[in-house]
Design a protein. Structure first.
Length: 135
């Protein structure tokens, strides 16, 4: 999805690195690094190495940002995800079904008093010390 730049330019206009990073909330050095890490991200470069991003480049940058910063992918994982041809619509395939997390959620919602926690930790410590003594 291409963000609305609200600058009066045509939607298919080329954008500078400053325009893209400002609207997407990404730092310029991060975007330059992503260009090294994602071969499919290759903006138009003109005289002096000045970068110009096409709408499809901007959509890809937004997708990389979503995968890395919102979905928790590593750069390598995001690159592999994009190289397999999966896009934003197939991100559901990597989600854990809600039913699988119910036991964990129930445990997380259980409140444990600090004194109970300390008592349990002392029990575990004693068990571990006993196991070491047997060896």
């Amino acid at each position: 999805m291409i963000p609305d730049f609200k600058d009066g330019k045509a939607p298919d206009a080329l954008r500078t690195i400053g325009e893209v990073t400002r609207v997407l909330g990404i730092r310029q050095h991060v975007l330059r690094y992503w260009e090294e890490q994602f071969p499919m991200l290759s903006p138009v470069k003109r005289s002096g190495g000045r970068r110009y991003y096409r709408p499809e480049d901007i959509a890809l940058i937004a997708e990389i940002d979503r995968l890395v910063h919102r979905e928790g992918f590593t750069l390598r994982g995001a690159r592999q995800f994009l190289e397999t041809g999966q896009g934003a619509t197939s991100a559901e395939t990597v989600r854990v079904p809600e039913a699988a997390t119910e036991p964990l959620t129930a445990k997380l919602e259980t409140t444990v008093e600090p004194s109970q926690l300390m008592a349990r930790l002392h029990e575990i410590r004693a068990e571990l010390a006993g196991a070491l003594d047997r060896d």
